[in-house]
Design a protein around this ligand. Structure first.
Ligand SMILES: NC(=O)NCCC(=O)O
Ligand SMILES: [Zn+2]
Ligand SMILES: [Zn+2]
Length: 484
């Protein structure tokens, strides 16, 4: 993308490891110079942006979104253009979305489908690819995806029985293959058999509304699956990343494993940090159903635990699981909560709600905010230092962050196409004033200049830092025969 050079002056530049007031020059989509050199080296025709009184942070990375997802008999409202445009408005400049093959569908076929859909992205994007079934062709396709297509992470749904759920045989085979390939296995940790049973039992009690959704997915259902996935990863010696950790039970499973020296990483959704399960008891079906996602929102006690996980470094990334269904789509489950399409939005609000509830409350420093909104995801999925840091040579994906800016979040003013906002009515302090993607200002004080098709597919190499260490550890602990 060609855009005129851009000089951002006077902001406090925040990285995950340090902050300092300095200037940043962007040329040809990259950060060309930082510090005194920036102004000196600015070519003729450079546009200047005054960052006085603001922070300059790396563009957010949302490592968990579902744009244009066909799911539960319908397709999400936001496609790759509207969803990534909304992301840019909120200060997120890259997403990692998911290719989800139907059982028996070749992985490469699904991957090509998703690559086609994503061509209209306004922001940079990458894909985790889900392994939903197993045979030799799946193993071969995993190899092709890693070697030729820049995929370095595979997703496993432990829930959604009779649809995309993985059994233990698939988990074991896929984790083993991922280790060989240097790709990160990731899991949606919920025991799908238990969910299936509990959905039927809750319905038998005459509970058919959205309030039945959390009853059918209690925290221990998530805890069991997290423990099982972590145990499988431990036996095989592969690192593991647990998506949307929503409760004490799975956060504790991660902490316990990390205390044993296992390489386990946890992702938290902005929604799970801020919204509790009372939403499912709203007498208005449309409102209660709008919050149906899996894992569900939890009793308040879990939220503080998740915040502490982020603060203590036991949990690593924040995401949204942006997966938007409108009221008409959610109404498919009016008489049966198990049929309500699972998913909520948030890609546009993640950064602001986390700043407001995280930095303004003193839970996080600005540098810690950068770590959990971009740098850690970039490191874990091997995009660092191209993404997740303000450094010379990195992509010029930046956000001028106005810590005094105030906004009340609402479906009426959001850029996302959906008709609902899970943070409706929440007033936040700390918002992006400008988003810069590939060196171009794509959002300026409320005006969105997202362009369809400007986003690039990000190839991510395998064998990120965790793999070197995991392999050395396995060698160090390798069994030896006794020489006799
Ligand atoms: N989270 C959710 O409810 N929907 C999207 C699919 C998934 O991530 O489980
Ligand atoms: Zn999930
Ligand atoms: Zn998801």
């Amino acid at each position: 993308m060609t855009s005129s050079p851009l000089l951002i002056r006077g902001a406090i530049v925040v990285n995950a490891d340090a902050e300092s007031r300095t200037d940043v020059l962007c040329v040809d989509g990259r950060i060309a110079a930082i510090g005194e050199r920036a102004a000196r080296e600015a070519p003729a025709g450079t546009t200047t942006l005054d960052g006085t009184g603001q922070y300059l942070i790396p563009g957010g990375i949302d490592p968990h979104t579902h744009m244009q997802l066909p799911f539960m008999g319908t397709v999400t409202q936001d496609d790759f253009f509207t969803g990534t445009a909304a992301a840019l408005a909120g200060g997120t400049t890259s997403i990692i979305d998911f290719v989800i093959p139907n059982p028996q569908q070749p992985l490469m076929e699904a991957y090509r489908q998703w690559r086609g859909w994503a061509e209209k992205s306004a922001a940079d994007y990458a894909f985790h690819v889900a392994v939903t079934w197993w045979d030799q062709s799946v193993s071969d396709d995993m190899g092709t995806l890693v070697r030729d297509e820049g995929v370095n992470s595979f997703k496993h749904f432990m829930a959604y029985k009779n649809a995309i759920m993985c059994d233990d045989e698939t988990l074991v085979n896929s984790f083993k293959r991922a280790l060989e390939l240097g790709a990160m296995p990731t899991v949606h940790a919920e025991n799908g058999e238990l969910v299936y049973l509990l959905q039927a039992e809750v319905a038998k009690m005459g509970i058919t509304g959205p309030e039945g959704h959390p009853m059918s997915r209690p925290p221990m259902v998530e805890g069991e699956a997290a423990n099982r996935a972590i145990a499988i990863a431990d036996v095989l010696g592969v690192p593991i990343y647990i998506v949307h950790v929503s409760c004490i039970e799975s956060a504790e499973a991660i902490s316990r494993a990390r205390a044993r020296g296992q390489r386990v990483y946890g992702e938290v959704l902005a929604g799970h940090l801020l919204i509790d399960d009372s939403v499912y008891r709203d007498p208005d079906f449309n409102k209660a159903a709008a919050y149906v996602m899996s894992p569900p929102f939890r009793p308040k006690i879990h939220q503080e635990f998740l915040w502490r996980g982020l603060q203590s470094g036991q949990l690593h990334t924040t995401a949204t699981d942006h997966c938007t269904f409108c009221a008409e789509q959610k109404a498919a489950g009016r008489d049966n909560f198990a049929k309500i399409p699972n998913g909520c939005g948030g890609v546009e609000e993640r950064m602001a709600v986390l700043w407001d509830a995280g930095v303004n409350s003193g839970r996080l420093t600005p540098s810690e905010f950068v770590a959990i909104t971009s740098a850690n995801a970039a490191k874990l999925f091997n995009m660092y230092p191209r993404k997740g840091v303000i450094a010379e040579g990195a992509d010029a994906d930046l956000v001028l962050w106005d810590p005094a800016g105030i906004k009340t979040l609402s479906a009426k003013t959001q850029f996302s196409k959906n008709d609902f906002n899970i943070f409706e009515g929440r007033t936040v302090r700390g918002i992006p004033s400008h988003t810069i993607a590939q060196g171009r200002v794509v959002f300026a004080r409320g005006e969105l200049r997202a362009e369809q098709g400007k986003g690039r597919y990000l190839k991510r190499p395998p064998f990120g830092a965790q793999f070197d260490a995991a392999i050395k550890r396995a060698q160090d602990l390798a069994p030896t025969a006794v020489a006799r």
